[in-house]
Design a protein around this ligand. Structure first.
Ligand code: KIV
Length: 271
């Protein structure tokens, strides 16, 4: 095989090495084959098949309803669409917070049936035994602390977490516990920038922030949000790089007008 044909996947050791070298890690969510192809070609380091698919793909208010089967479907499409990026998949609500065995079985199913390269689980010390069992089976795990959307009913809203000392201290303890358990990275969502920077500096493994400031070792955004497809959703941390919602409605309006006017298809667009 020619050297050019060997395409190197981003691995957990590459991700950890990026922190050592001070290279920031780029991560975006992706839920389907076509988007994965485009993100991969752009050079994204990690595609997160987030359970935010429940929101942006399926229209649910929270991430709770999405199933393991749904996540396997989305993840396998992203794996087929990508060549270089690591594909990191969320384990959905209810699949890993209970018994160690159930968590392990869900993790193995996700790995076998979707082809994901690593899994993300929300939570700290309360699920540490479940995380250890999954990691011991050879499955890389990324933690997720701060605003953990699967616990939205406990929090009551999507506001900034760990503003108070007690919750900030708990988050620091959880981050160390996740590192100790063998996680290769931790997502920090919607926490004060100063706390995120402190946690990032205290850890050997990288942190990937969303709404957690510039002191994290990498950044993640929901791709539909950064492309401007989720109309009306504009939290402070979100930088919008395109306005696809407007482009799609403009293009669709033009198509509708062309069809109604018998302008589409023209002579060159038929057989
Ligand atoms: O599901 C998701 O998209 C996530 C990101 C917000 C980190 O977990």
């Amino acid at each position: 095989m020619s050297v050019n044909k060997i395409i190197k996947r981003v691995t957990t050791s590459i991700i950890k090495d990026m922190k050592l070298r001070g290279e920031k890690i780029s991560m975006l969510t992706g839920y389907d084959y076509s988007m994965a192809k485009a993100l991969d070609e752009a050079g994204i380091d990690i595609i997160l098949v987030g359970d935010s698919a429940a929101n942006v793909f399926a229209g649910y208010e929270t991430t709770l309803p999405i199933t393991l089967d749904n996540m396997i479907y989305h993840t396998s499409a992203v794996v087929r669409g990508s060549k270089r990026a690591m594909v990191l998949a969320d384990l959905p609500f209810g699949e890993y917070q209970g018994s160690v065995d159930k968590a392990y079985e869900a993790a193995v199913r996700m790995m076998k049936e979707s082809g994901a390269h690593a899994l993300k689980l929300e939570g700290g010390e309360e699920i540490i035994d479940n995380i250890k069992k999954i990691i011991n089976a050879g499955i890389p795990v990324c933690g997720h602390l701060g605003l953990t959307p699967q616990s939205i009913n406990k929090f009551g809203d999507f506001g900034v977490r760990a503003k108070e000392e007690a919750e900030a201290n708990r988050l620091k303890t959880d981050a160390l516990a996740l590192q100790e358990a063998g996680c290769f990275a931790i997502v920090l969502e919607k926490i004060p920038a100063q706390l995120a920077e402190e946690v990032s500096k205290s850890l050997a493994i990288p942190t990937i922030g969303i709404g957690a400031g510039n002191g994290c070792d990498g950044q993640v955004l929901v791709v539909n949000d950064m492309l401007g497809m989720t109309k009306g959703f504009k939290p402070k941390f979100l930088r919008q790089y395109a306005n696809l919602y407007e482009q799609i409605t403009t293009a669709a309006s033009q198509y509708i007008a062309d069809v109604k006017a018998s302008d589409y298809p023209n002579e060159n667009e038929q057989y």
